[in-house]
Design a protein around this ligand. Structure first.
Ligand SMILES: [Zn+2]
Length: 65
């Protein structure tokens, strides 16, 4: 699926914004679980990869290459 490729340190947009109002998150850990950090308030959450792929809307900024 297009737009669903992501990598470490990419900035992504989720389907639902964080309660702080921000909707840009940086991927800070890749693995079975994905850890993302809110760019608005620095709060980080760990999400199982499958769930992340479902909840992520698009990649805003790619870090790789
Ligand atoms: Zn936040």
């Amino acid at each position: 699926m297009e737009g669903k490729q992501f990598g470490l340190h990419d900035v992504v947009k989720m389907k639902k914004p964080h309660p702080c109002g921000e909707n840009r998150w940086r991927i800070i850990r890749m693995g079975m679980d994905i850890r993302i950090k809110c760019l608005g308030c620095d709060h980080s959450v760990m999400i199982p990869r499958k769930q992340f792929e479902k909840k992520m809307k698009k990649v805003l900024e790619r870090k790789e290459q």
